[in-house]
Design a protein around this ligand. Structure first.
Ligand code: NAG
Ligand code: NAG
Ligand code: NAG
Ligand code: NAG
Length: 505
């Protein structure tokens, strides 16, 4: 019962994303400020590992005067803000050659560009122009500058429909400026960006001839996907590696709950967890651990990578090695802490851990608003999960959002605006040219499209794949299945483009 009450707000907030801002929710229960993703710290960039893996981002940065409100014609709708986009024309051949556009998600566009090396890898094959567009209200694309998050009055302009319209307007302007109106545009995106990519193809088929939507949980809304699926999937990843590992994590929460919330106990826990600053609640330790397991499951990549943090190949397996290999007599909590340290300190550069970190290195701050308005993804933790069970209540969720922003979530809006219910039946005879790519290691895969819908709306599912693994730059240690998945994508996109040219002629 105790668990139920304090975990409920947590499960209710949810996030998308890659970037789950779950810490926010957990912490809101403890009335501590949200700790957004701690992200990749400057210090960790100093080590060798980060240096070798730091991808080149040969993009030019530009700013496009974008209209604030595409859907009303009030005088204030015409306000302009500067939307950032990145462009690379190194491989672009002639006027009329393809334009590949990344539909930016909830953060700094540079960060997504760095982690979407796939586009640079394939651009030469297509002589493609590459464009990464930043989502409004994220990174530098802040319509009201520092005041953008001030209140619902400004945040009201932050939503997915405005974002899609931004992309359509910008792409159209770019093509005009290049005198390349005939260029076929293909959109790409991962996670929320992948959702936007798929929706963009459905809403703006005259602007994009196709979409590659990677790890795009467009079915995570309403009751389409079971509410427990996300945490069940995280748990399954650990269970698949080692049943013992899963059991130890599952049982460790009780040890945490048994710690009294008094100052001395918190001080001791802080020392044990090597906290930079004494923690103010047990919740902080819980969310810090929780975050490590969720993100590690998401980025359970087959090669070493540095997306959320620098990590070795198959990090879930590495975490479980720590848990399974620990000495007899060690508490479960100590073992789980040691495993989480792999996530936070694989770089070996952390002097201490920021358990109540509030930095937002990737500009993800606006997701919380989106989750409180349109992106309502109910999540619960089932008994089968390795996390403590919790429930979800729309009423509590709405109350929480009302308190924070003075607005209530519209729980059915996404399925009303974009669909999702009976998607196979609906899209079988409507729409075309969408690839939904997924990796089953990724907990978001359960809310993604995992079945082929028609000849040209296909699902490419990799059992060993994680969160948009396919969008990452190729490496020399990529496994065969990943090479195959990417090759399939390239072949399908080639077909879209050749069909487009056939129809033109
Ligand atoms: C196209 O050119 C206009 C006029 O110079 C400019 O304002 C706009 O930003 C350009 N569009 C893009 C997408 O760069
Ligand atoms: C991080 O790893 C290094 C190297 O193993 C170690 O010296 C340091 O104490 C670790 N940091 C924390 C906070 O555990
Ligand atoms: C989960 O656990 C609760 C409390 O122990 C119990 O009431 C419920 O029936 C269990 N549900 C399942 C599906 O086992
Ligand atoms: C969808 O079809 C493609 C071939 O077009 C196939 O390679 C793929 O495995 C199919 N996906 C699923 C989930 O069956």
């Amino acid at each position: 019962m105790e668990n139920q009450t304090h975990m409920a707000p947590f499960s209710s907030l949810l996030f998308l994303l890659l970037i789950l801002i779950n810490a926010t929710v957990i912490l809101s229960a403890a009335s501590v400020l949200p700790a957004y993703l701690p992200g990749i710290r400057q210090s960790s960039l100093k080590n060798n590992y980060a240096k070798i893996s730091k991808p080149k981002t040969p993009y030019e940065t530009r700013y496009f005067p974008q209209i604030l409100d595409h859907f009303t014609f009030n005088p204030q709708s015409y306000k302009i803000f500067y939307q950032k986009y990145l462009i690379n024309s190194q491989h672009w051949g002639n006027i009329g050659d393809p334009i590949f556009v990344y539909t930016g998600n909830e953060g700094d566009i540079d960060w997504f560009a760095e982690n979407t090396g796939f586009l640079l890898d394939i651009a030469p094959k297509f002589h493609a122009l590459l464009v990464f567009i930043e989502h409004r209200f994220y990174g530098e694309s802040l319509p009201f500058g520092k005041n953008s998050y001030k209140s619902a009055k400004t945040l009201g302009y932050l939503n997915s429909q405005q974002a899609l319209a931004d992309y359509a307007v910008l792409i159209t302007s770019l093509k005009q400026n290049l005198s390349s109106e005939a260029s076929p545009v293909v959109v790409f995106g991962g996670s929320y960006g992948g959702m936007l990519g798929a929706w963009f193809r459905l809403k703006y088929p005259h602007v994009a001839i196709g979409a590659l939507a990677s790890s795009a949980p467009i079915l995570q809304f309403d009751g389409i996907t079971p509410w427990s699926s996300f945490y069940d999937a995280v748990s399954q990843d650990f269970k698949d590696v080692s049943l013992n590992c899963y059991e130890v994590i599952k049982q460790s929460w009780a040890e945490l709950d048994a710690i009294s919330p008094h100052k001395e106990s918190l001080a001791e826990l802080s020392r044990h967890f090597r906290a930079c600053k004494e923690i103010t609640s047990i919740e902080s330790a819980r969310s810090w651990l929780w975050e490590a397991f969720i993100y590690t499951a998401m980025v359970n990549y087959p090669t070493q990578a540095n997306f959320m943090k620098p990590l070795p190949a198959y990090p879930v397996k590495e975490m479980c090695k720590i848990i399974d290999g620990s000495k007899l007599g060690e508490t479960k909590l100590s073992r789980v802490f040691a495993a989480a340290s792999l996530y936070y300190n694989y770089s070996k550069t952390e002097k201490c851990f920021k358990l109540e970190d509030e930095t937002d290195d990737h500009g993800l701050h606006g997701w919380d608003w989106q989750a409180c308005t349109e992106m309502v993804m109910p999540m619960i933790v089932s008994n089968e999960s390795m996390f403590p069970p919790s429930s979800f209540s729309y009423e509590d969720y709405a109350m929480d959002c009302s308190k924070k922003y003075g607005v209530k979530p519209r729980r059915h809006w996404i399925t009303t605006e974009f669909g999702g219910t009976n998607i196979e039946q609906v899209l079988k005879r409507f729409g075309s040219n969408i690839i939904f790519s997924s990796g089953l290691q990724d907990p978001w895969s359960r809310g993604s499209v995992l079945k082929n819908i028609s000849a040209s709306i296909v699902a490419l599912v990799a059992e060993q794949g994680a969160h948009h693994t396919d969008l990452r730059a190729a490496t020399s240690s990529d496994p065969e299945w990943l090479i195959h998945q990417r090759n399939q994508e390239v072949e399908i996109i080639k077909r879209w483009i050749s069909d487009y040219h056939l129809d033109l002629n």
